[in-house]
Structures are given as C-alpha cells and as structure tokens.
Design a protein around this ligand. Structure first.
Ligand SMILES: [Mn+2]
Length: 388
C-alpha cells in the first residue's frame, strides 16, 4: 500500500516554476491579442506570479527571459521577488530575436555573430550572479531551412565551442540546462533537435550541464516518458518545460491535451527519485496564454501538475514491481491504471487545507479581487509581450 502521509508531504514540498512570459501578452504568428491588466514590466510580472503562489502554495519560483525581463538592477528585482515570497528561477537566454541571428546565433557561419551570441549568454550568467538563479536555460533557434545551406557538422563544432566557453564561466552552484526542439523556426535542420544531441553535448561539458525536456518539442507520438527515465538514470535530467500540444509546439496549458501522458512522465519521475530535492530537477512551465485569462491559466496549470503528481505518487510501486517480476502483464498495467483513475482532487483539497490554503485555488484567486485591481491600475505604459 502507498503511504498516504508520504504522498502528502511530497505534494506539499513540490516546487513548480512559472514563466514570466506566461503573464505577458502572447499569440501566434497571426495575432497577439492584448488583455487588460497585463504587466508592463518584470516587477509587475512578479506581482502576478505572487498571486499564483499565494493561491497554490507550490509556485515560489519564476523563470526570467532576457532581454524581455531586462532591468537596470537585478538585485532589486530579486528583492522584489523575495518580499513576495518568491525566488528567481532559471535565466532564459534569447539569441533569436535580432536581425543578426537570421542564419543562427552560436552556430552562425560568421564568427562576429557567434561572438555576439556568446557574449549574451555570458551576460546571462552575470545576471544569475545578481539574482541568485541556479540555471542558465538555453534554447537555440539555430538551424537551416534548405539542404546545402550550411555544414551540419561545422555547426555542431561551433555549438560545442560556444557551450564550452559559457560552461567554463559558470559558478560552482550554477548549471547550464540545454533544451532541444525538433523543428521550428528552422525547417530543415535544427542544431539541437533531440535529447540525444543535447545529452551528448552535456556529457562533454561536465556534470553541471543537463538536458531540458520541453514536452512540446517532439515529433507526434514520441515516448517522452522513456526519455525522462533514461535521463534520470544517467543523472542528466535538468528540467522540464511543461506545456501541452495537439499538433506542433502549441504551448497550451500543461495537462490539457493529454493528462495521461503527463501522468506517465511523472510516474517515471516518481519511480526514479526525480522528486527528491538532491536530484535538482526543475519543474517549470513554458506556456503561453493567448486567449485565456493569464493568472487563472497559470493556476490551472499548477493544479494540473499537482494532480498528475498526486496520481504518480499513488502508484503502488511494491505491487507494480511484484507484478512485473511475475510477468503479470495485465496486473502491472492495472496497478498503474488504478493510480491514474483515482480522483485525487479530494486529496489535494485536504493537502491545501493542511497548508492553511483555500482548498480551491481558482476560487481563492477570484476572491482576492486582484484581477479588477490590475485592470483598474495598470493603465498606460506598454504591456509586456513577445519582443518587449
Ligand atoms: Mn521551452
């Protein structure tokens, strides 16, 4: 039998990191729909993130994106976070939004552009020093659109060179986490297209380089839980970027498209010790809220991760292992499905009450009146959004 009090303890100590860009305006290549009350700067994004943490109790970390969240004084931003019970999480670098990067950033054929990109990554480590952030999160839009456009192996060389310069700059308690993505914006080759490429670079760099699994960055039908299990076994799972997709990299709310997949992933995390603090797996959201209200959407996402986590923790591992050892195919599958089919909402309500929280985070947020407050007071200025 599963130890229910251990499950509750694990749920209470879970930390989910929310993305600063999830509070700003976002959209598709067709249209960005603005919403009233959206933050104008990173300080206001943190104010919104604090509402998510207040309602859920498990979202104390916020990922920043540079330069979208660039400020003059990062220590001041970190202090602003601390006053609200938050910490600054991963620093996400951006080497994809400038004209210079048309043909790539760290893999660009021109050494001057590569220098500029690497200098930006080094600047991000300076920012980590000021914010106390542990992780430099790297996702490169680098790749090519046409066969013959550039040399695939030369681009790998350039990538390795850039990564090793940045890795050497990291402090002892800092990490580099390298994200992969199958395609987009490049359509022919992508320079870090899959977990194997990321893993191979991380292995060469050293123990503080780890892989980021963004759930939206795979070919349809990819078995993501296998990747998670493999990386955990190798000690190279650095972080998740959780989101949902139906077709491409949709960045919808985590758990909305395929809650069973999220459960299967988190089952591998639970079974392989990935929820233990010393494993240092970061559980981040990387999603955009194009048509739904942003703060409630982040709260909903946090709840979806909690529900999948609770189900994963409820798997009776003794019974599962006994069935597996006995070759009991149906029995083993039934153990897993019993946990998945458990309605964990009453358990999570109980957990929240024991933490002194409202059992219903969305109702709790609605009752604060924060939404009316930000709509009324955030007037003028420029709303945060893509490219801002
Ligand atoms: Mn991502």
């Amino acid at each position: 039998m599963t130890d229910l009090s251990a499950v509750k303890t694990a749920l209470k100590s879970q930390e989910i990191e929310t993305p600063s860009w999830g509070y700003g305006n976002s959209g598709t290549r067709f249209k960005v729909f603005a919403q009233p009350g959206v933050p104008r700067d990173p300080f206001e994004k943190l104010d919104d993130a604090a509402q998510v943490h207040a309602a859920t109790g498990v979202a104390p970390l916020v990922s920043l994106h540079i330069p979208w969240d660039a400020v003059d004084d990062y220590a001041e931003l970190a202090a602003h976070a601390k006053e609200r019970g938050l910490r600054l999480g991963a620093i996400n670098a951006n080497t994809f939004q400038e004209d210079d990067y048309k043909l790539g950033s760290v893999t660009h054929p021109d050494p001057k552009v590569r220098r500029k990109a690497v200098d930006h990554l080094l600047e991000c480590v300076d920012i980590m020093d000021a914010t106390g952030s542990r992780d430099l999160k790297l996702w490169f839009a680098d790749g090519t659109n046409y066969p013959g456009q550039d040399d695939i192996t030369a681009r790998q060389e350039r990538l390795a060179e850039a990564l090793s310069e940045v890795y050497a700059r990291l402090g002892e308690d800092q990490r580099m986490v390298l994200e992969y993505k199958l395609f987009e914006p490049a359509f022919y080759t992508t320079d870090v297209p899959d977990w194997g490429t990321s893993y191979a670079h991380c292995l060469k760099l050293g123990p503080r380089a780890k892989v980021v699994v963004d759930t939206g960055h795979h070919a349809p039908g990819t078995n993501i839980e296998f990747i998670v299990a493999f990386l955990l076994r190798e000690g190279r799972l650095g972080a998740f970027d959780f989101n949902s997709r139906f077709y491409a990299d949709d960045d919808l709310m985590v758990g909305s498209a395929d809650p069973f997949q999220l459960f299967r992933i988190l089952h591998e995390v639970a079974k392989n010790g990935g929820f233990e603090k010393e494993q240092e797996v970061a559980f981040m959201l990387d999603q955009c809220h194009n048509i739904e209200a942003k703060i409630p959407a982040v709260i909903r996402s946090v709840m979806n991760v909690q529900e999948a986590t609770a189900k994963a923790l409820l798997v009776d591992l003794d019974a599962l292992r006994a069935a597996q050892a006995a070759g009991d195919v149906l029995g083993a599958n039934a153990v897993l499905m019993d946990a998945y089919n458990t309605d964990v909402r009453p358990l999570l309500r109980e957990v929240r009450e024991e933490q002194g929280l409202d059992p219903d985070p969305l109702a709790a947020y609605a009752a604060t009146g924060w939404q009316d407050h930000i709509v009324a007071t955030r007037v003028g200025g420029t709303q945060a959004g893509w490219g801002a």
